[in-house]
Unconditional design. Structure first.
Length: 136
């Protein structure tokens, strides 16, 4: 990877599954990308509102216990939180309704966990980020 390649410096993974959080964190850290994780939708919104976090990329699961990923995304859009952040859904929800809703809310990408191995997730995130930043 060349030095002038556009790539994220930081990724926030939002998922309630600790195993997946740890696995994705490790994969991104192995690429030299600072990674943090949050298991709770309300906490994500609080940290964004308080400007405690400002990741280049947010990977957002849909199915979570307190507030689902699409609701988090809706709140982020309503409140103009993380406007310069590339938001990618990373979920097992592959139904068209969820995909359409996410696109309507302006996600940069939609990755279905069940059909994508972790190293492919990292590659896809890098591609989506690069494509998104080259448009701006």
């Amino acid at each position: 990877m060349s030095d002038n390649e556009v790539r994220p410096k930081s990724v926030l993974v939002v998922d309630d599954d600790t195993f997946l959080l740890n696995m994705y964190s490790l994969k991104f850290k192995n690429q030299g990308i600072e990674t943090s994780s949050i298991q709770n939708g309300k906490q994500v919104l609080d940290k964004l509102r308080n400007k405690e976090i400002s990741p280049d990329v947010i990977l957002l699961d849909i199915i979570m216990p307190d507030i689902n990923g699409l609701e988090i995304l809706e709140k982020m859009r309503e409140e103009n939180l993380a406007d310069n952040t590339v938001i990618i859904m990373l979920t097992n929800q592959g139904n068209q309704h969820d995909i359409d809703k996410a696109k309507e809310l302006g996600v940069a990408g939609y990755i279905v966990k069940a059909t994508t191995i972790p190293s492919e997730v990292v590659s896809e995130v890098m591609e989506i980020f690069k494509d998104n930043k080259s448009k701006n």
